[in-house]
Design a protein around this ligand. Structure first.
Ligand code: NAG
Length: 196
């Protein structure tokens, strides 16, 4: 609102303003450019954890065809539990930091600093939302996994994308456009939160 008023007030700036202000219901067209490649993923050796969690999630799938798999939520839940990043439904920040320092390749350690920062921003933002909606903890899903892990996982990915270290960032137009769009249209916690 504010920015459009300023734009109309200074017509000669209109062009610059219109470049910065997106219509959030109409994301830019990236022409099949894979935005996920914009911020390079650090080299991370998690041993057999990803395999174990894939197996766990696909097991859920076949176990009960009545429920959707909730794979997008149960996978992060499994990853966080298996790495010790989460215990008793809480993210253990010291453990996250330690795990990343030990398992991310040395040359990508810049990324660890940012990922830790992303965790902190996401945890404090989600905690704030929970507090203001009087939610003690999110309801556990039928499969027994908590949506909390999935929320934090998606938030950390989006937050790290927005604050991607320059040496991991692909400085190309679609990437910069995607970042500007997300900055304006997808603020913290970057994901919809359950209302209970
Ligand atoms: C924003 O985009 C939506 C979807 O394309 C459209 O319906 C709406 O009119 C646009 N709003 C503005 C202000 O341009």
């Amino acid at each position: 609102m504010q920015s459009s008023i300023i734009c109309f007030g200074f017509l000669f700036l209109l062009l610059e303003c219109s470049q910065a202000a997106f219509n959030c219901s109409a994301p830019p067209n990236f022409n099949n450019f894979d935005i996920n490649t914009c911020c390079r993923t650090p080299e991370l050796d998690m041993g057999d954890v990803p395999q174990k969690c894939h197996k766990y999630v696909s097991g859920l799938n076949s176990a009960n065809s009545k429920y959707p798999s909730f794979a997008h939520l149960c996978y992060p839940d499994c990853i966080y539990r298996e790495t010790g990043a989460m215990s008793n439904g809480k993210i253990r920040m010291e453990r996250v930091k330690q795990y990343l320092e030990e398992h991310v390749h040395r040359r990508d350690q810049d990324m660890v600093t940012q990922i830790v920062r992303s965790f902190e921003s996401c945890l404090s933002n989600v905690k704030g939302h929970m507090k203001s909606s009087n939610i003690e903890s999110y309801k556990v899903l039928p499969h027994g996994c908590s949506p909390y892990a999935g929320i934090i996982y998606s938030c950390v990915n989006a937050e790290t994308f927005l604050h991607c270290p320059p040496k991991m960032w692909k400085n190309e137009r679609p990437c910069n456009l995607a970042k500007e769009f997300a900055e304006q249209c997808n603020p913290l916690p970057h994901v919809p939160l359950p209302s209970s």
